[in-house]
Design a protein around this ligand. Sequence first.
Ligand code: GUN
Length: 288
Amino acid sequence: MAGRIIDGKQIAQVLRDSIQEEVMFLKDKGITPGLAVVLVGDNQASETYVRMKQKACENVGMHSILIHYPATVSETELLAKLHELNQDTSIHGILVQLPLPDNISEIKVIETIVPEKDVDGFHPINIGRMMTGQDAFLPCTPYGIIKMLEHENIDLEGKHVVVIGRSNIVGKPVGQLLLNKNATVTYCHSRTKDLASVTRSADILVAAVGKAKFITEEYIKPGAVVIDVGMNRDEQDKLCGDVDFEGVRNMTKAITPVPGGVGPMTITMLLFNTVKSAANVLDSSYSL
Ligand code: GUN
């Protein structure tokens, strides 16, 4: 039987509706949640993501500004702008789109943003707070995955989750969040030996590999839940995930499509984090 499709677009819309309500509530109190997006250079994919993020802000009634620098901007100038945004009371979230040009230190940039406005959840303080299970800004893609699994009532307790990928943005934090939910977590990566033998023991498989349709039938345990974080182009230049969706769907209990799966959740959690930051101006109890 074909696995259930986890409709990220629909789940994202449900969350965006409550975010929009919270934005209205905050505006009523004189606070318009504001996001500053900083883009360096002219990477096409980054420009598209940034446009989508700003449009999403607009749709829920939030304020957003774009600061777009040429690739030649100096690290000093960029850091000075971040200091300025840290002080700007109309801005509750600061996001510097990654990757950055080689002459700019990503870690310096991330550490310059005050943790209270780090709506990407990349600052070491937020990472540390996440690891120790404290309240923190959680990175948007991992947080979106957790929200999807919760929405679908997928039980995590004691389940074997296999994460393929160990990036700081997705792989590492998603494993940590699932561990916080009492899953048993295994990380796999490019040096893992006999990957399929590990992934075939997964009740829940999270694929953040970065290779189009890499995950085929032999990687899946029958009845598994499959979460596809991939954003690739296939031979016809069509957007596709890391999972061969058509090939594996019949074996799964539930599966996320690409597009329309994890992607819409990522932007939603950015909105959520920005509203949470704005709500912190009043008190610190905002939750969905
Ligand atoms: N580049 C790819 N994904 C992300 C993200 O979630 N945040 C930022 N700032 N840059 C990215």
